[in-house]
Write a protein that binds this ligand. Structure first.
Ligand SMILES: Nc1ncnc2c1ncn2[C@@H]1O[C@H](COP(=O)(O)OP(=O)(O)OP(=O)(O)O)[C@@H](O)[C@H]1O
Ligand SMILES: [Mg+2]
Length: 250
């Protein structure tokens, strides 16, 4: 079964048409990579998938996105954003909150737990899932801003996981990180896909090749090609895809 179905999606900012009739099916429990040049609409597409785009007054969306066959427009937007979590390029933990509170805030607000014991358990579970627990278990009360960039990004992943999402969207999650932190996050995503659908936007073509089960190539708001990552990289059907992945673009 597909976890996400994007149906004839169009997005406009004012008069500018930036997502142009995209249709896409994203299966469950895979890493789905989205690649494409700067300005091609990758971030816009992600923000349309979890209705974050509605916070932008200029944006207009047409078409539909279905999460397990149910339209996200028939769901409460907060519910959509809980079930479709998002992680951004710059790690954005709440800097003046502790490591613990960064993870605990969402479950508290969403009333996912009944007492402190359940909350402690959920925070530990999410930090373990995000491969951060061992590094922070003795300093849960420290400010999140004291963590390294890579740790902050894993904290943001833990924060999303604590809401028990179905899908995790990541927008260039490693572009601010060094190679060691990047490898940690890539390994983490490969682990997470056993339980979640992971959709990652990446500038780094090699990253899509390393961890993507499927890869979609976006150009000027259109979906040029989508397929198994191996097929896209070894045997692209569209010459524009080939030009992009071989670095001969433009
Ligand atoms: N809030 C906004 N208001 C108006 N135009 C926007 C807004 N956000 C993005 N755009 C425009 O929409 C187009 C797609 O932008 P988007 O950020 O989705 O691209 P992207 O593929 O994520 O690029 P990058 O790789 O640089 O992050 C661009 O032309 C951009 O200038
Ligand atoms: Mg972007």
């Amino acid at each position: 079964m597909n976890s996400l179905e994007i149906i004839n999606l169009n997005v406009y900012y004012g008069n500018r048409h930036v997502i142009k009739g995209i249709n896409l099916k994203i299966p469950q429990k895979v890493v789905f990579a989205i690649i494409g040049p700067s300005g091609s609409g990758k971030s816009t597409l992600l923000r349309a998938i979890n209705r974050l785009i509605e916070l932008d007054e200029d944006a207009k969306v047409e078409g539909d996105v279905r999460l397990f066959k149910k339209s996200i427009y028939e769901m409460d937007p907060r519910e959509v954003r809980r079930r479709i979590g998002m992680v951004f390029q710059q790690p954005n933990p709440f800097p003046h909150m502790s490591i613990y509170d960064n993870v605990a805030l969402g479950p508290r607000l969403n009333k996912l737990v009944r007492n402190k014991e359940e909350l402690d358990y959920l925070v530990e579970w999410a930090l373990k899932k995000a491969a951060l627990w061992d590094e922070v278990k003795d300093r849960l009360g420290d400010l999140a801003s004291k963590l390294s960039g890579g740790q902050q990004q894993r904290l943001c992943i833990a924060r999303a996981l604590a809401l028990k999402p179905d899908v995790l969207l990541l927008d260039e999650p490693t572009s601010a990180l060094d190679p060691v932190s990047t490898a940690k996050i890539e390994n983490l995503l490969l682990e997470l896909k056993k339980s979640y659908t992971v959709v990652i936007v990446t500038h780094r073509i090699q990253q899509a090749a390393r961890i993507g089960d499927y890869t979609a190539f976006l150009l000027d708001g259109k979906l040029v090609e989508v397929g198994d990552t191996a097929q896209i990289f070894v045997n692209p059907k569209d010459r524009r895809t080939e030009a992009y992945i071989t670095g001969r673009f433009g």
